[in-house]
Write a protein that binds this ligand. Structure first.
Ligand code: SF4
Length: 285
């Protein structure tokens, strides 16, 4: 039986993108190929906020994932990939994950809930393990999955074939979505490693794909326009969302309206981050 290293598994309302407002199970896998330490920092600088948290954690101060402090700069889900926190993310079998999902969803069965497989970066090596989970008897009534990805990981041929079969049976009426949060230079990641249009276009062979850009400044939007042009040139046909930066309320509230206006002005979609005003982006939301 396959195992997944799981940073978080919780039930909440999807706060971003196409399924905003939909009751959702979030399966947050451990591991990422990026660090995104530039978020919320002046351009060219990297956040050191997590260093102090890691230092405290070395002294075993934090017993569980939810004990960790939230950060206002850098990656807001740092503990889902930073190896210094890996002890807080257990390896769970498909059985254990499916059982836990049944415990946390209302009525203990899939109804209108959708599954969000997020990270970290969920399309790293875990592609091998998902079929075992999705074929579990307790997952048979699941109809919609979103992979929240940074859009840099190619799908393996085996996983592509699997997803085609999973969604393809007409009686199932299943949907697969790739929510691609492509990382602009404000993340601190390199353009040539983060903006990979050919990879994202391939996702369109399997499901609905949209791009989501985190915006804080005019420069970010100028970068987003360049990235959009590159994806379109490669043949990308999906929708594009602009989303305000801000894992904490004070930062989010500074620019959410501006980003909405910018999206309107440019004929793009606006994505909120409902988890910030609703739940203050606490762990498990
Ligand atoms: S890609 Fe996402 S999870 Fe990975 S470091 Fe960047 S923001 Fe964090």
């Amino acid at each position: 039986m396959s195992k997944l290293k799981i940073a978080e598994l919780f039930y909440s309302v999807q706060g971003e993108g196409r399924y905003m407002g939909v009751p959702s199970v979030f399966l947050r896998t451990f591991g990422c190929n990026f660090k995104c330490a530039g978020f919320g920092m002046p351009r060219g600088e990297l956040s050191k906020e997590v260093e102090e948290i890691a230092h405290i954690h070395q002294k075993m101060e934090y017993k569980k994932y939810e004990d960790l402090p939230l950060v206002s700069t850098g990656c807001d889900s740092y503990a889902s990939w930073d190896p210094r926190f890996k002890d807080l993310s257990p390896m769970l079998t498909s059985d254990a994950i499916a059982d836990r999902i049944m415990e946390i969803i209302p009525f203990n069965e899939w109804r209108d809930e959708h599954l969000v497989i997020t990270g970290g970066e969920p399309l790293l090596g875990w592609q091998r393990a998902y079929p075992d989970l999705l074929d579990h008897p307790k997952m048979k009534d699941l109809k919609e999955i979103t992979f929240e990805t940074n859009g840099t990981q190619k799908l393996t041929q085996d996983f592509k074939n699997y997803l085609g079969v999973w969604k393809g049976l007409p009686r199932n009426k299943r949907e697969i979505t790739f929510s691609v949060s492509a990382k602009l230079p404000c993340s601190g990641e390199k353009w040539e490693e983060a903006i990979l249009p050919e990879v994202v276009c391939e996702y369109e062979e399997v499901g609905t794909v949209y791009l989501k850009f985190v915006i804080a400044t005019e420069q970010d939007f100028a970068d987003a326009e360049c990235a959009i042009a590159a994806y379109r040139k490669a043949g990308f046909t999906g929708h594009v969302y602009l989303m305000p930066v801000g894992g904490v309320e004070s930062v989010y509230a500074l620019n959410n309206k501006n980003v909405a206006l910018l999206a309107m002005k440019n004929g793009l979609r606006y994505s909120d981050r409902l988890q910030v005003p609703l739940f203050k982006n606490e762990w498990g939301t």
